[in-house]
Design a protein around this ligand. Structure first.
Ligand code: PLP
Length: 359
């Protein structure tokens, strides 16, 4: 098996131990005498897995009892629709923070259902900074406030959660489980699995019970949180393999000291990498220091004619998927929970050697 470090933004690296566990039980899951991919989601083996994975996630995140946890499909993008459909609750305006590519997409989708009040707009600084919360223009009549705690493309991450008198909704796709959060501050938390949870095809939604029911009329039945919650995310066939894999990742996280343990490692990893970038004139990162992401670290080379060579040499050194998003250019190292500190060390060694040779 490859010993490479995979810096892909998503679908992203999975913990090696989890991949090995899945390999060892791929043909024969538990008492099923078949692969976990081949068994009914309504059978005892899968039901047990479903319950345990939910309980493990509840333990990891400290999810209060008055929240439902849903294991859905459609990615975070389906939540761009499901959030207004379920949370408008008779109102016709919602507030959104525009801090990057993904919040922009969420706003565009919400506009199909209601008026959108943009409370702050980081497009003016190319998604490198966030205006102080005290300057945000929040409309008190809004049904909810939506924000993106970590913008995956520009690497812009909040270091606080906004305090508001309305349901707070967070697209946590690229930051969930990377550090402790207080779930009780949120109305809805959602995340596509393929960044920090497991394989693509699964979306986790954590929703406060009193926000369930009362949907916009004539919308797809699968897009109603009530349908999903009363059927334990099994109104139709769930994404069984991705759900199982997520469960194995949750077990791995518990063994690693939970989100508190992860947060320490993640902070160390990110600080190491940013300090190498900051100490050099060869590499740079434009994001305001306090809002730099722990999960996605974009950096550009002073001479972009070296980009291609950097990527080729990195690949030869078993450092994969470092190409930045086309909208930002340069490089991006996505360093989710599954990326060990040794991967950061290998990247840093490579970057220093490349700089020495080409600066
Ligand atoms: C990747 C990503 C998305 C899109 O997720 P899909 O599962 O592909 O719909 C949305 N928001 C954020 C913050 C992301 O990182």
């Amino acid at each position: 098996m490859s010993q490479a470090y995979n810096f892909s933004a998503g679908p992203a690296m999975l913990p090696r131990e989890v991949l090995e566990t899945m390999q060892s039980e791929l043909l024969d899951y538990g008492k099923a005498k078949a692969s976990v991919m081949e068994i009914s989601h309504r059978g005892a083996d899968f039901m047990e897995l479903a319950q345990k994975s939910e309980q493990d996630l509840r333990d990891l995140m400290g999810i209060p009892n008055n929240y439902k946890v849903l294991f859905l499909q459609g990615g975070a993008s389906a939540q761009f629709s499901m959030v207004p459909i379920n949370l408008l609750r008779g109102k016709n305006i919602a507030s959104y923070a525009h801090t990057g590519h993904w919040s922009k997409k969420a706003i565009a989708e919400a506009k199909r259902y209601c008026d959108v009040n943009v409370v702050t707009d980081s497009s003016e600084n190319k998604y490198t900074d966030i205006d102080d919360f005290s300057n945000w223009n929040i409309d008190a009549n809004s049904a909810y406030l939506h924000y993106t705690p970590n913008e995956t493309i520009a690497g812009l991450e909040f270091d606080y959660s906004p305090e508001v008198d309305m349901p707070l909704v967070a697209d946590m796709s690229s930051t969930i489980l990377s550090r402790p959060i207080d779930v009780s501050k949120y109305g809805v938390i959602y995340a596509g699995a393929q960044k920090n949870i497991g394989p693509a095809g699964l979306t986790i939604v954590i929703v406060r019970e009193d926000l369930i029911g009362n949907v916009v009329e004539n919308q797809p039945i699968l897009f109603n949180y009530e349908t999903q919650s009363t059927n334990d995310s099994m109104y139709n066939t769930p994404s069984t393999f991705a759900w199982y894999a997520a469960g194995r990742v949750f077990e791995w996280l518990k063994e690693k000291g939970g989100v508190e343990g992860m947060a320490k490692i993640n902070q160390t990893k990110a600080q190491k990498l940013y300090s190498v970038i900051d100490e050099s004139d060869f590499y740079s990162n434009p994001v305001a220091v306090k809002y730099r992401s722990w999960m996605n670290v974009p950096f550009i080379l002073a001479d972009d004619s070296l980009d291609k060579l950097f990527l080729e040499k990195a690949y030869e050194s078993n450092l994969l998927a470092l190409k930045g998003h086309r909208s930002v250019g340069g490089m991006r190292a996505s360093i989710y929970n599954a990326m060990p500190e040794s991967g950061i060390d290998a990247l840093i060694d490579f970057m220093k050697a490349f700089e020495k040779e080409h600066a």
